[in-house]
Design a protein around this ligand. Structure first.
Ligand code: ZN
Length: 438
């Protein structure tokens, strides 16, 4: 029974990742699932009419999304919903973006009169070598002029199209001694032959279903074509692109859909731009989350100060994948706290609070996991390794709620293909459901 559940969750996760080759597609995939679960779409530029028991979502830049569910009210008939029984907010946050290469403006570059390469630049900090000799394609969005107005369209060139070829070992005998990769000279993908039939932007226009002349601007990214799959002697692991952080985004969104709020307003927010520092209009360092919370306050006619009071009894779980102990490099892990794949939720601590977890919020997570019957493991960096940054600390600058940083254990973070445990997604869904059902 439990195993079945894990298999289903893993299958659904891999399907979700496949449908999400770019950040815009990831948000679209979440949106699609929310709509079919009865969530209503709101727009930041529109009026919000909310009611008790209602379920809603709103996007920003088509690359961040916040879903929320209001508990049923005990207001009498004819009485305005008072949110009287609402204690605060239960918030889960994850991120929609992954490291990739962004297509620059005027992307085609002729080389040697023979080849056409695409001019790209880094988006986030990927392990560059893992993008070599792989089948790649392009996804993202284009903004077009159609019938006198500007329209944004999703694009996915859904076929094997590009490769970034390695240099032969005969031309670089030292390649296995370590290689420094230059993003401008080593990492440009090969698109086709010079004088080929179809230009790159023509291919994009065709995939978007528009005329090439209609395209005014684009946000396009490379993605690897490999589908995520289950691997290991007994199917213990998954190997997939973009597990950081679509695994957590999927788990939080799934739990949101499958749960019913009681004393807290539930929010599931998936931010863009974590991989480049979060300081965009739609990143964790924006007003997106607090704006959504303020709009809820306004829609229910609550006075100023209501939100501040409720924030004091709220909780945020910042969910971003974590490092499992590496089979070939166990020495890189902390000597004591050594998370493993399939070991369950990883709670992250950092002495200088690069992770928001403290004793109070850690205890809450441990209690939550005990209730959900989900194992918890601990991550701390080795004291001589700096480690990464994530959402929790940044989001707290705008919405100062008690926060814990957690994640699911994985290997090869920021590789084009990452490895995780095939049982951990189900653990995360269960933990988030218990959180949201409170
Ligand atoms: Zn991440």
């Amino acid at each position: 029974m439990v195993l079945n559940n894990c298999e289903n969750r893993t299958e659904a996760l891999l399907q979700f990742i496949e449908e999400s080759p770019s950040v815009f597609h990831a948000v679209e995939s979440i949106k699609k699932r929310l709509l079919s679960a009865g969530y209503a779409e709101l727009f930041e530029a529109g009026e919000w009419e909310l009611s008790s028991g209602g379920r809603y979502f709103v996007t920003r830049n088509d690359s961040s999304i916040a879903a929320f569910a209001i508990p049923e009210d005990n207001a009498q008939e004819g009485e305005k919903n008072s949110l009287a029984n609402v204690k605060g907010f239960h918030i889960a946050a994850a991120h929609s973006d992954s490291p990739s290469f962004k297509i620059k403006e005027n992307p085609e570059m002729k080389t040697d009169g023979q080849y056409v390469r695409l001019n790209t630049e880094k988006y986030g900090g990927m392990i560059m070598s893992t993008w070599l000799d792989r089948t790649l394609s392009v996804a993202g969005r284009v903004v077009c002029r159609q019938d006198g107005r500007l329209v944004s369209r999703l694009v996915n060139v859904d076929r094997d199209m590009l490769v970034i070829p390695n240099l032969a070992i005969h031309m670089n005998r030292d390649v296995n001694q370590g290689m420094e990769y230059n993003a401008q000279s080593d990492m440009l993908p090969l698109y086709g032959e010079a004088g080929g039939e179809k230009g790159f932007m023509e291919t994009i226009a065709e995939a978007a279903g528009v005329e090439q002349e209609e395209i005014l601007a684009h946000d396009l990214f490379l993605y690897v074509r490999e589908k995520g799959r289950v691997i290991g002697g007994s199917g213990e692991f998954i190997l997939s692109p973009r597990l950081d952080d679509l695994q957590c985004a999927f788990a939080a969104a799934t739990a949101m859909i499958e749960s019913t709020p009681k004393d807290y307003i539930n929010i599931c927010v998936v931010f863009d731009n974590e991989e480049i520092g979060s300081s965009t209009r739609q990143g964790a360092d924006s007003t997106f989350l607090v704006d959504v919370m303020a709009r809820i306050q306004e829609a229910f006619g609550k006075p100023d100060g209501w939100l501040r009071q409720k924030i004091a009894d709220s909780f945020l779980i910042s969910a971003d994948n974590a490092h499992a102990i590496h089979p070939n490099h166990p020495e890189k892990a902390d000597p004591v706290n050594r998370p493993v794949l399939n070991g369950g939720i990883v709670m992250k601590y950092h002495g200088s609070q690069r992770y928001a977890t403290d004793a109070l919020t850690a205890a809450e997570i441990k209690e939550l996991c005990r209730e959900a019957d989900v194992p918890v493991q601990i991550y701390t960096n080795r004291s001589d390794i700096a480690g990464g940054l994530t959402l929790g600390n940044i989001s707290v600058n705008h919405v100062s709620v008690p926060t814990a940083d957690i994640g699911l254990p994985q290997l090869a973070m920021h590789s084009a293909l990452e490895t995780a445990g095939s049982r951990d997604t189900a653990y995360a869904v269960r933990m988030f459901k218990t959180f949201y059902d409170k």
